[in-house]
Design a protein around this ligand. Structure first.
Ligand code: SF4
Ligand code: SF4
Length: 302
């Protein structure tokens, strides 16, 4: 089973990009950058980022006998959008939870590999301590922009990433050596000062982290910058010139429910748990829970 065959299967499964890297330790510079991010406290409420450092730096520990890292990407840029006056959900949360969708497809890729070669695989979609963007760059899928997003040349950054760690030995692709246009638009567009170009994101100030991950009350200052963003924030992607040619995805699972598109602030504030579950039970939004969504909605600009 060679790279071309694996990429063909990946494409058949609905992945928009696929690259392959040889398993190895994360390089010293990337490891140092990550440590500095943690030491400076910029991981904020994402305390899990401190766990399992040995595995994060050495993905061989994820699967005995691992030889290769297969990185896949799936477009989530919407075809239809909420009205601008509606409480805004990040685009990635418009459709079905990508963890469910991508993991299923990665399992199928792993099964195809096992059927043909007997080699074992482990599917990871935010479910293991793994540096997805780093491996995507190493596998030639794209480069990491100053907005800290993985950018696929010519396609942009509205892509979910998934990784299959496998014991199958494969020829690695060339790493992607492109870099972003370094235009500073993302730093200027960031509503809360979380982004300094060339530096790691400060999750303590990032509206994406705060509106999704943060538990309990939000800091006072958030109400001055939250605007109309009830779940997540896409500003550092919307402004990026690499996303000018983004094309709406055609994956059935990622199409938004009409109930999400039409939600108003009042709908959210008066929502029952039953209504929340009906709209969001298979959505990434369930991470914030109804209480988190209502906490955010209270702060929104009308
Ligand atoms: S997601 Fe929003 S708040 Fe976070 S860094 Fe990007 S622009 Fe800033
Ligand atoms: S907005 Fe400009 S600086 Fe920021 S990631 Fe895109 S190209 Fe790079």
């Amino acid at each position: 089973m060679d790279n071309a065959h694996i990429k063909h299967i990946a494409q058949q499964l609905g992945f928009d990009a696929c690259g392959i890297a040889r398993i190895d330790r994360v390089d010293d510079e990337a490891a140092k950058r990550y440590h500095q991010w943690l030491i400076s406290g910029k991981n904020g409420c994402m305390e899990w980022a401190q766990n399992h450092q040995e595995i994060r730096e050495n993905p061989e520990l994820l699967l005995e006998g691992a030889r290769s890292v297969i990185v896949v990407a799936m477009n989530y840029y919407p075809q239809v959008f909420q009205s601008e006056s509606a409480p805004q959900f990040a685009y990635y949360a418009y459709g079905r939870d990508y963890h469910e969708v991508m993991k299923q497809k990665l399992w199928m890729l792993g099964e195809a590999i096992e059927r043909e070669t007997g080699c074992k695989s482990r599917a990871c979609v935010d479910s293991a301590p793994l540096r997805e963007r780093y491996w995507a760059q190493r596998a030639g899928v794209g480069f990491i922009g100053w907005n800290n997003q993985l950018i696929i040349p010519g396609k942009g950054s509205y892509f979910f990433l998934g990784v299959l760690v496998t014991t199958l030995e494969l020829e690695p692709d060339k790493p992607c050596l492109d870099h972003c246009l370094q235009c500073h638009a993302c730093e200027k567009a960031c509503p809360s000062g979380a982004l300094r170009c060339g530096e790691t994101v400060d999750a303590r100030r990032c509206l994406s982290c705060l509106t999704i991950e943060h538990k309990g009350e939000l800091p006072e200052w958030v109400k001055d910058v939250i605007g109309n963003r009830v779940y997540g924030c896409d500003e550092c992607q919307k402004c990026c010139p690499h996303n000018r040619n983004a094309v709406g995805n055609t994956t059935p699972e990622f199409q938004p429910k009409p109930e999400l598109l039409s939600l108003t602030r009042d709908d959210i504030l008066t929502m029952t748990q039953e209504q929340f579950s009906s709209i969001f039970s298979h959505s990434a939004v369930k991470r914030a829970k109804l209480a988190g969504l209502q906490r955010n909605a209270k702060l929104l600009r009308n």
